[in-house]
Design a protein. Structure first.
Length: 185
């Protein structure tokens, strides 16, 4: 949809992981500077898209429109636990239809994970905001994207036509930076 801007957001460990082996984000990745950056980004978003394990823990979370990917519905269904959310099965309904059903045809769509959800949108990101926590390692954890750890997250983004912008330091105490990866042309 021409009026939608697709942006991805993730914080990863030095080894490209976003969660531990139990699909839970460890406390070591819950870094204050990144939480502030992520919260501000979601406050600007018109629609949030994520899988069942990816969640946000901000006060405004219940107010945000969202699509939650699941195979438990045929196409689209209301989320019985959240009046601002729709359950969405991409196998039964294209994204354009799902976003329209969510009432969003223009604005920013924030993709917040997990790995399969990130992978679905690789060819569509306008910008992917990759935060890296270089002091954290999760050797047996969940890779952030399909193709990691065989390739670094940065290599996966580059392979999909995204180009790194200047990294921004968002948490000096933890040396965490966020880099915008943008599609050009």
């Amino acid at each position: 949809m021409a009026g939608l801007r697709i942006e991805g957001f993730v914080i990863v460990s030095a080894d490209g992981r976003l969660a531990n082996a139990d699909n839970v984000m460890p406390d070591e990745l819950k870094i204050e500077g990144d939480k502030r950056f992520f919260t501000a980004a979601l406050d600007r978003a018109d629609l949030i898209v994520h899988g069942r394990h990816s969640q946000e823990e901000q006060p405004n979370a219940p107010k945000r429109r969202r699509l939650i990917l699941t195979s438990k519905v045929a196409a689209i269904a209301p989320d019985p636990a959240n009046p601002n959310a729709l359950l969405w099965n991409p196998a039964g309904c294209p994204f354009e239809t799902a976003s329209r059903e969510a009432g969003v045809t223009a604005g920013i769509v924030a993709i917040i994970g997990g790995p399969g959800v990130f992978g679905m949108f690789m060819a569509r990101y306008d910008t992917f905001w990759l935060s890296v926590a270089p002091k954290v390692r999760i050797p047996d954890g969940e890779p952030c994207f399909p193709g990691v750890p065989a390739r670094a997250p940065q290599q996966v983004l580059a392979a999909h036509g995204l180009h790194a912008g200047a990294p921004q330091l968002i948490d000096a105490a933890q040396d965490v930076t966020v880099t915008p990866w943008r599609r050009t042309g």
